[in-house]
Design a protein around this ligand. Sequence first.
Ligand SMILES: *[C@@H]1O[C@H](CO)[C@@H](O)[C@H](O)[C@H]1NC(C)=O
Ligand SMILES: *[C@@H]1O[C@H](CO)[C@@H](O)[C@H](O)[C@H]1NC(C)=O
Ligand SMILES: *[C@@H]1O[C@H](CO)[C@@H](O)[C@H](O)[C@H]1NC(C)=O
Ligand SMILES: *[C@@H]1O[C@H](CO)[C@@H](O)[C@H](O)[C@H]1NC(C)=O
Ligand SMILES: *[C@@H]1O[C@H](CO)[C@@H](O)[C@H](O)[C@H]1NC(C)=O
Ligand SMILES: *[C@@H]1O[C@H](CO)[C@@H](O)[C@H](O)[C@H]1NC(C)=O
Ligand SMILES: *[C@@H]1O[C@H](CO)[C@@H](O)[C@H](O)[C@H]1NC(C)=O
Length: 372
Amino acid sequence: MEKITAVVVLLILKSGTVSAGWSVTFENPNICAIKGSSVDFRCTYNYTDGETVTKTAWYKGAFKDKIWTRVRLSDFPSYDNRTEYHGDLQHNCSLAIHELQVNDSGYYYFRFDTNKFGQRSKTSVYLSVTGLSAEVHPEQVRAGDKVTLECITQCQSPSIVWFKDGLPLAKPEFRAQAEDSGTYFCAVKGQESLHSDPVALDVQYPPTNVSIDVSHSGSLALGSSVNLTCSSAANPAAENYTWYRRASSSSFLLLVGSGEVLSLQSLEASHTGLYLCQVRNSVGEDNATEVLLTVDRNDINRVILFVGIGLKVVIVVLLPLVVIWAGRKTCKSAVNNKEHSHDYENVSASQENKKFKDKIKDKTVTQKEMYV
Ligand SMILES: *[C@@H]1O[C@H](CO)[C@@H](O)[C@H](O)[C@H]1NC(C)=O
Ligand SMILES: *[C@@H]1O[C@H](CO)[C@@H](O)[C@H](O)[C@H]1NC(C)=O
Ligand SMILES: *[C@@H]1O[C@H](CO)[C@@H](O)[C@H](O)[C@H]1NC(C)=O
Ligand SMILES: *[C@@H]1O[C@H](CO)[C@@H](O)[C@H](O)[C@H]1NC(C)=O
Ligand SMILES: *[C@@H]1O[C@H](CO)[C@@H](O)[C@H](O)[C@H]1NC(C)=O
Ligand SMILES: *[C@@H]1O[C@H](CO)[C@@H](O)[C@H](O)[C@H]1NC(C)=O
Ligand SMILES: *[C@@H]1O[C@H](CO)[C@@H](O)[C@H](O)[C@H]1NC(C)=O
C-alpha cells in the first residue's frame, strides 16, 4: 500500500516539477507545404540549468487501435531517408522532412529526456501537405470568351505562378484567342518544379484564313479539268464547304458544289467566273476571297489553226502525188474506156453500182490484156 502511494506521489511530483523551466517552442506551429517539397520544423527547447539532455525524438500523432497516440517517426518506415534531424542535444530541435506526401499531414511533437526527466512538447506542429491542381473556367471556351485559370491548393494562397506550354504566363485571366490553346499548369513561386498536373485549354473559333488553291495556274484550256481546294483554319475542324460561282459581270451567285475540293471537268467557256468557297463549323462561317478562273476561248481558234496547217500540209505534199498517180491511171485505161464508152450511155442512177463493178471488171481485163 505504501509502495503504491509512493509511486502516485512520484508521478504527481514529476509532472509538477517538469513544467518549471522546461519548454519546447516551434517557430511556425502551422505549416502548409506542397506535395513533393521539403519542410523544416524550426524548434528550440529549454530545461533547467544543470541538466544534461540524453535523448531526443520526433513523434507523429496517429490513430492506433481506436485511440490517438504519438508514434515515433523512426517507427514509420515511410519516413526513412526523408527525415533529417538538424537539432542537437542543447537547445535546437529542428527537423527537416523531404519529398512530402499528402499522408505526411498531421500533428508532430518533440520529446527530449534529460538525466532527470523526460518531457514531451505540449504543443505541436500541424503540417498540411497539399497537391496543386489547375482548372480552366469555363470548361468550353470560344474565341473572345473570358478565361480564368484557377490553381487549387489547400494552402492559404501562396504566390502562384502559371505556365503555358512550359513558358511563364503573364496573367491567368484573359480573353481567349485561337493561339491561347495549349497546356497550362500552376506552381508555387520558388517551387516551380512541383507544378500541378497540366490542364488543356482548347479555344474554339470559326473558320479563318480561308483560301482557295487552284491546281493549275494560268489560263485553262477548253476541255481540260481543274481542282479548286478550299483550305482554312478552324476549331473544331471545318465541317461544311459550299462553292459558288459569280459570273464576272453580275453579283448573282450560283451554287456550284460542296466539299473541300471542287473538281471541274471538261471545262467550257461558261465555267469562266469568280469562285468562292464558304466554310462552316459549329462556331461560325467565313468566305474565301474570290478567285478568278478563266477558260481560254482562243483555244477554238488554235484548234482551227492547227487543222488549217494540217490541211495545207496535206494539200502541198499529197496533192502532187495524187495528181501524178491519177494522171498515170488515166493514161493506162484511156483506150479501153473509149472502146466501151458508148455501151454505158443513158444508164440510170440505180445501176451505177453495177456499172462501177463492170468498170472494175473491164479494168481487170484491160490490165490482163496489157500484161499479155
Ligand atoms: C532557458 O532556461 C533558462 C533557465 O531555466 C533561462 O534563463 C533562459 O532564458 C531560457 N531560454 C529560453 C530561450 O527560454
Ligand atoms: C533508405 O536508404 C537506404 C540506403 O540508401 C536504402 O537501402 C533503403 O531502402 C531506403 N529506405 C527507404 C524506405 O527508401
Ligand atoms: C503514405 O503513403 C505512402 C504511399 O503513397 C505509403 O507508402 C506510406 O506508408 C503512407 N504513410 C503513412 C504514414 O500512412
Ligand atoms: C491566319 O493567318 C495569319 C497570317 O498568316 C496567322 O498569323 C494566324 O495565326 C492564322 N490564324 C490561324 C487561326 O491559324
Ligand atoms: C483532281 O482531284 C482528283 C481526286 O483527288 C484527281 O483524281 C484529279 O487528278 C485531280 N485533277 C486535277 C486536274 O488536278
Ligand atoms: C453541315 O451539313 C449537314 C448536312 O447538311 C448539317 O446537318 C450540319 O448542320 C451542317 N453543319 C454546320 C456546322 O453547318
Ligand atoms: C459569304 O458569302 C455568302 C454568299 O454571298 C454570304 O451570304 C455570306 O454573308 C458571306 N459570309 C461572310 C462571313 O462574308
